[in-house]
Design a protein around this ligand. Structure first.
Ligand code: SF4
Ligand code: FES
Length: 178
């Protein structure tokens, strides 16, 4: 286990999610694979904002206090796949595996605003920069809404440290003319 695997993402490693109130300081591109005979789980450390859906759903597999923090032998492949697909940021993904579950591609795409937090995108989507360059193509992402992320345009949990407040309630669009 190298140093980056020992440290959590608050401290600049990929050993585990950041602390709930900290911004993610994992360097760009740090990825780990956790693999068994039944499933492959990929961990994109810089994308995690400690939404903790994985930890709530399957604490015996996803334990931020343990190293390695993901134990793919602690549950069956279907249960692990359900927890991975619940990750709203795409930090967890199902990796290629000859017999294991695959990442599904949902038909529709939704954007859901989180109170005091990011926009969660779910479904096939491309994020492009102002000149049209592709930044990321994925089916789960968290887009920064507070303007303080160091990983723009993605959320890095800065909204918590800076106490961003916005209820995410928007006026209804005007009714279409009949
Ligand atoms: S569900 Fe995703 S964003 Fe949340 S703690 Fe797990 S890996 Fe991180
Ligand atoms: S909304 Fe999370 S860092 Fe901006």
């Amino acid at each position: 286990m190298d140093e980056t695997d020992r440290l959590n993402a608050s401290a600049g490693g990929c050993g585990a999610p950041p602390e709930p109130q900290d911004r993610n300081r994992a360097p760009a591109g740090l990825t780990r694979e956790y693999r068994s005979g039944h499933v492959s789980v990929l961990w994109f450390a810089e994308r995690c904002i400690h939404a903790a859906d994985c930890i709530r759903l399957l604490p015996q597999v996803f334990d931020p206090e343990r190293r390695p923090w993901v134990d793919v032998d602690a549950a069956d492949a279907d249960a692990i796949a359900r927890a991975v697909l619940a990750c709203p940021t795409g930090a967890l993904q199902l990796g290629p595996h000859p017999t294991g579950p695959r990442e599904p591609v949902p038909e529709g795409t939704t954007v859901t605003t989180v109170r005091n937090g990011p926009d969660f995108v779910r479904g096939p989507a491309e994020v492009r920069d102002a000149s049209g360059g592709l930044i990321r193509e994925d089916t789960r992402m968290a887009l920064c809404r507070c303007g303080k992320s160091a990983h723009m345009p993605f959320c890095d949990n800065a909204h918590r440290a800076t106490r961003f407040r916005d209820p995410g309630a928007f006026p209804a669009p005007p009714a279409a003319d009949s």
